[in-house]
Design a protein around this ligand. Structure first.
Ligand code: NAD
Ligand code: AHE
Ligand code: ZN
Length: 368
């Protein structure tokens, strides 16, 4: 079949809207009609050429929501007309990782996913006879996409597509980092670096967890109001002068119980660790840094009890946890709607990335 898609033909170039050929679902795969997709900073990161796994030409996009239109042989967990969220972290429920409660990083299809291919080692997308790569196993910047059955979460049918797509990455990543990875306790002092599409969800997760102090840190002063909307208690702009770590240690009365880096800058990751409380403070790296970048700190920071950890997709097991997060949204326990600041057509997708880079949008969503 044919599908309209925004294709990244080359790094650093705008996406091009073209009609692609799409092969139907094979064994264990499903064809999904995307209804909406969010634009996450990770898509921009890969388009920038900084992602060591970045492949071109590819159909980017990993924050979608849509409807199953066709299933391949052997598919049992979903059927046509089911509403689904594509999962860049699948959940096979069988691999060594899925069977270990310490991780959400299902590895069943990770190697082919990183090569921009479906599990059988081929791509379903092509343009003028040439292969176009998949991205993160999801490729939601296409009106139709093919996904392995283990990489879709079935969700309730009354959830709106243009907001629920955000659960496919930003909402789950932010809230999950708080509740699954850090396991923030009531009364905790939390510091969040970067108040964009991820950081604001860390803030609402920290509020949900009962944190008593939630400090937001961002160089964009407009983000102060945004943080307050979701439970931030204090805002700090690093550009206002002074040493950021010292300012946070003073503000929190000794350091953060938990900090979260939601930017992807290694120097900020260091600040996030070093602003943690001696003896017990834990810092969670969420931001994705460019190829070749490394983090550094004095080992003494760890010797004296601070902990450095990371979180992918908020530690969530997608097929199990995504439907529950969608329920939280539909029951009013978490907010999504105010964070969807811009709705765009597929033809306007490059404008959506401009808005992200200009700090104008929290989440831009393409509605098909
Ligand atoms: P975003 O562009 O919406 O937000 C980034 C925020 O950081 C902006 O508000 C910006 O003003 C702020 N910022 C930039 N430099 C800063 C600095 N030096 N100090 C303080 N604030 C600064 O991005 P996003 O979509 O929220 O994504 C954030 C990061 O999280 C990206 O690196 C993205 O790739 C990553 N990410 C990781 C996961 C995961 O599973 N680990 C999932 C999604 C996104
Ligand atoms: N490909 C990059 C790393 C990118 C990365 O860390 N991706 C996150 C999700 S970001 C979503 O917005 C992730 O889930 N990582 C776990 C994994 O297995 O990819 C690189 O540096 O090579
Ligand atoms: Zn993302």
């Amino acid at each position: 079949m044919k599908t309209r898609a925004a294709v990244a033909f080359e790094a650093k170039k705008p996406l091009e809207i073209v009609e692609l050929d799409l092969e139907g679902p094979k064994q264990g795969e499903v064809l999904v009609e995307l209804m909406a997709t969010g634009l996450c900073h990770t898509d921009a990161f890969t388009l920038s050429g900084e992602d060591p796994e970045g492949l071109f030409p590819a159909v980017l996009g990993h924050e979608g929501c849509g409807v199953v239109r066709e299933i391949g042989p052997g598919v049992t967990s979903v059927k046509p007309d089911d509403h689904v969220v594509p999962l860049y972290t699948p959940e096979c429920r069988e691999c060594e990782y899925c069977l270990n409660p310490k991780t959400n990083l299902c590895q069943a299809i990770r190697s082919t996913q990183g090569q921009g291919l479906m599990p059988d080692g081929t791509s379903r997308f092509s343009y003028k006879g040439k292969t176009i790569y998949h991205y993160m196993g999801t490729s939601t910047f296409s009106n139709f996409t093919v996904l392995p059955e283990i990489a879709v979460a079935k969700i309730r049918a009354d959830a709106p597509f243009d907001t629920t797509c955000y659960v496919g990455c930003g909402v789950t990543t932010g809230i999950g980092a708080v509740v699954n990875t850090a396991k923030v306790e009531p009364g905790s002092r939390v510091v969040v670096f970067g108040l964009g599409g991820i950081g604001l969800n860390v803030i609402q997760g920290a509020k949900l967890a009962g944190a008593s102090q939630i400090v937001g840190v961002d160089i964009n002063p407009d983000r102060a109001d945004w943080g307050c909307k979701f439970g931030m208690t204090h805002f700090l702009n690093p550009q206002d002068g002074g040493d950021v770590v010292e300012r946070i240690v003073n503000l929190t009365g000794g350091g953060a119980d938990y900090s979260f880096e939601c930017i992807g800058k290694t120097e900020v990751m260091r600040q996030a660790l070093e602003c943690c409380h001696k003896g017990w403070g834990e810092s969670v790296v969420i931001g994705v840094a460019g190829a070749g970048e490394e983090i550094a700190t004095r080992p003494f920071q760890l010797v004296t009890g601070r902990v450095w950890r990371g979180s992918a997709f908020g530690g969530a097991r997608g097929r199990t946890d995504v439907p529950q997060i969608v329920d939280w949204y539909m029951n009013g326990q978490i907010e999504i709607d105010p964070m969807i600041t811009h709705r765009l057509s597929l033809d306007e997708i490059n404008k959506g990335f401009d808005l992200m880079h200009e700090g104008e949008s929290i989440r831009g969503v393409v509605v098909y």
